[in-house]
Design a protein around this ligand. Structure first.
Ligand code: FES
Length: 199
């Protein structure tokens, strides 16, 4: 299934997007993995959502629904992780100090805004007026983005930009970083979104 293909039984944004990937920037089609989609019952209840991330390859991103919101799971490549600390001067809140209780759980107050450096888990809703930004994961010049683009997310509504940790750039309409939802790893391949403490 391609990046834009949609299972009509699911919301339009539920799907899987392929990033720059490790194959020389060639985006590879990845089949939709049914476990990325939570059950209807779980969605209705706003319950935590368990996601099998075992098929997510470096450079790829999946989107799941949690409490009616799109949540991105991006598996960053080692190169993408290494770039994050170099972007600080361009970012409005590189150390996630704004609204920490609302936007960044304590365990994600680091450069990658994540529990594990390779995985970003973030709510895909712009902090300006609530559009869902587009994944622009590949680095390099491209229309509408800075020439030295390192990969990230672009909100087409009013031009806000976020890096691959969901950190907002300076001088854009969006005031804050993207929200990192509560989450925890049940195992190397199982991610739980919506809960971050063992019962
Ligand atoms: S809603 Fe994203 S820039 Fe305005």
């Amino acid at each position: 299934m391609s990046q834009d293909a949609v299972d009509p039984s699911r919301r339009a944004w539920v799907g899987i997007a392929c990033g720059a990937g490790a194959l020389g920037g060639v985006a590879a089609a990845v089949p939709f993995v049914s476990s990325f989609a939570p059950s209807e019952r779980a969605k209705a209840a706003g319950a935590p959502v368990e996601v099998d991330i075992s098929s997510l390859k470096p450079g790829e991103m999946a989107t799941v629904e949690w409490r009616g919101k799109p949540v991105w799971i991006l598996r960053r490549t080692p190169e993408q992780v290494a770039e994050l600390p170099k972007l600080d001067a361009k970012l409005a809140d590189p150390d996630s100090k704004r609204k920490p209780d609302e936007l960044t759980p304590e365990y994600a107050r680091n450069k990658g805004r994540s529990r594990k450096p390779e995985y970003l888990v973030a709510v895909g809703i712009c902090s300006h007026l609530g559009c869902s930004p587009s994944a622009k994961l590949a680095a390099g010049a491209q229309p509408g983005l800075p020439e030295d683009w390192h990969g990230g997310f672009f909100c087409p509504c009013h031009g806000s930009m976020f890096d691959l940790a969901g950190r907002v750039f300076k001088n854009v309409p969006a005031p804050d970083n993207l929200e990192v939802p509560p989450h925890m790893y049940l195992s190397d391949s199982k991610l739980l979104i919506g809960e971050d403490k063992k019962a």
